[in-house]
Design a binder for this molecule. Structure first.
Ligand code: CIZ
Ligand code: SF4
Length: 350
């Protein structure tokens, strides 16, 4: 990265000292990660921010929903800053509160809301987490999705899973023994979600039609191609990948699971990894004794994650040094309180 910018970021961070805490998501660029005080997935980062109440400024190098989660979990004296406001998440944007409320009204008309537990993946807006909290549901991450579903099926007979259809389907079918025909897909762009009353009455998993634009791009052909090219390769994918891809893989797991699996892998072993490219490249560089490659060379970075680059980070830090607080992400009190209910429920999962 540009030595001038590296020097400016270093100087600005030093000038701010403990007043600033920089969080770096695993999918961030190396030029940004080098300035992170902690790296992690979205939930770990939000918790780390909350664990440092002395840091007035939390600079979140990640995407919008993650900065919202950090604001929900941190104290009032802490301000969460997103260095580029255009860093959103296409998956989170696929579930808008009005659409989700319209779906819930449809379920209410059918008289089935009493049986349904709403579950939302961490990768959703604060509004959606608030909706789930108001309706006695739970948030989940890709590490605890099975525990969240197990708990939910103790509370009711159906789950309304938002916004990632793949995480919902993969967890229900591959980890909990559900059939594919227990799952239906609710499409917010079709009248009534594109489902008949009977389909909704019979379904156990009502999956929202959302997906990750990065992980959703790996295909069964990606898996076949790498197996042919690299005999003995281990295929390791994130559960945001499509169901057929996860089924064809050797291992599936969250970002933290992927990192640990690659750390523990024996020297000389070959790994094709189906997750975000910045992370895979960093893991390949960190473990030169292992052959770590990207599952499909045509799939690229998460474009919104990559919006946070060193120039944006330098700008945000220098603004803080100058006494201005740029790009603050705030969640209104009522939404935050409801979202906290759903997040606390996740933390209380057995
Ligand atoms: O795919 C993502 O964006 C993930 C895994 C986010 C997260 O929760 O850290
Ligand atoms: Fe959203 Fe996918 Fe990018 Fe994660 S990798 S921020 S889920 S679009």
């Amino acid at each position: 990265s540009d030595p001038g910018l590296v020097a400016r970021a270093t100087a600005a961070k030093a000038a701010l000292g403990d007043r600033v805490f920089v969080l770096g998501h695993h999918y961030q660029r190396d030029e940004v990660i080098q300035f992170a005080d902690v790296t992690g997935d979205s939930f770990k980062l939000a918790q780390q921010a909350a664990a440092r109440p002395g840091a007035e400024f939390i600079v979140f190098c990640g995407v919008h929903f993650m900065a919202e989660s950090a604001d929900i979990l941190t104290g009032k004296n802490q301000q969460v800053i997103l260095p580029d406001l255009a860093a959103g998440c296409s998956m989170a944007d696929m579930a808008v509160l009005g659409q989700v409320e319209a779906a819930w009204e449809r379920f209410e008309d059918l008289g089935i809301t009493g049986e349904i537990v709403p579950v939302t993946y961490m990768n959703s807006s604060a509004d959606i987490k608030g909706f789930v909290g108001r309706n006695k549901g739970v948030v989940c991450t890709s590490s605890n999705a099975k525990r969240a579903l197990t708990w939910s099926f103790e509370q009711g007979s159906k789950v309304f899973f938002l916004p990632d259809q793949h995480l919902g389907r993969n967890t229900a079918v591959l980890e909990m023994g559900f059939g594919l025909d227990d799952c239906v897909l609710y499409d917010p762009h079709k009248p009534g979600g594109g489902l008949t009353d009977d389909e909704l009455r019979n379904a156990r998993m009502i999956l929202w039609r959302g997906h990750c634009s990065v992980h959703g791009r790996f295909t069964l052909d990606s898996v076949r191609e790498v197996r042919e090219r690299v005999p003995g390769v281990n295929v390791l994918v994130h559960p945001e990948c499509r169901h057929d891809v996860v089924r064809a893989a050797d291992q599936v797991g969250s970002t933290e699971y992927i990192i640990k699996a690659l750390e523990a892998a024996p020297p000389g072993s070959a790994w094709a990894v189906g997750t975000e490219l910045n992370l895979v490249r960093r893991m390949a560089l960190a473990h030169p004794d292992k052959q770590i490659m990207f599952l499909d060379r045509t799939v690229c970075y998460c474009s919104t994650m990559n919006r946070i680059d060193l120039p944006h980070l330098v700008w945000a830090l220098e603004e803080l040094v100058a006494g201005r607080v740029p790009n603050v992400i705030t969640v209104d009190e009522e939404t935050a309180a409801n979202a906290r209910v759903a997040l606390d429920q996740m933390l209380a999962l057995p």
